[in-house]
Design a protein around this ligand. Sequence first.
Ligand SMILES: C[S@@+](CC[C@H](N)C(=O)[O-])C[C@H]1O[C@@H](n2cnc3c(N)ncnc32)[C@H](O)[C@@H]1O
Length: 249
Amino acid sequence: MPEDHFGERVAERYDGSSADMFEPAVVDPVVDFLAGLAGHGAALELGIGTGRIALPLARRGVRVHGIDLSEAMVARLQAKPGADEIGVSIGDFATTAVERTFSVAYLVFNTIMNLTTQDEQVACFQNVAAHLESGGCFVIEVGVPGLQRLPPGETVRAFAVSETRLGFDEYDVVAQGLISHHYSVVGGKLELFSVPFRYVWPSELDLMARLAGMTLRERFGGWEREPFTSESAMHVSVWEKTAAPAPEL
Ligand SMILES: C[S@@+](CC[C@H](N)C(=O)[O-])C[C@H]1O[C@@H](n2cnc3c(N)ncnc32)[C@H](O)[C@@H]1O
């Protein structure tokens, strides 16, 4: 089982520290997009967390099931109104089985990168394919690796600098690894929260999808179907389950 980086200390502050991501202007386009793909079927969220997307999606009438490693994050979800409509399995979303199928599965907010090896990311696509109905879709929202902004020889880039918050991404370009260091001033004290990631290229995700019997249907630069261009800092990609997974060599 992968290490849980979203224990009690992170879970109790998650909604507050990500408050901008809970704004209707951010959440509504995600929910519109996913509800459209779900149709009359059910949705599976990998890394459901405290329900930022799952709860409003369920309020739209979509049946939602989630998988998450963190009991602390899920406890926050389950304390919210409407959570009794949502089933949750505690486990690793790369391997956990849920006894039903879905018309859409989704993995948002860069969470594919929480799987820190290529093997785990490949396993995640295979696990999703096993849970999708034929023609069902897998949606990922993830940043484009920011290597164009990393000068040669440098390994660290700041992503947040304010009086109360400092954030640095530390790259390992050999292992395709990234550690995000978050420093926050909380109650006059400096707190550190560091999470390891594996950054992943869009084309690499397409290949993982192909291995799992899915093909790219659409790729956008945002949830409002903005074009994906060389300037896009993130992408929303949709793969469709089209075939049996590629045979192992
Ligand atoms: C950045 S949070 C996103 C939560 C929610 N999807 C959202 O958009 O607010 C990442 C979540 O994924 C969960 N997670 C990370 N790696 C996981 C894994 N391998 N299996 C299951 N859950 C995982 C964490 O516990 C956390 O709740």
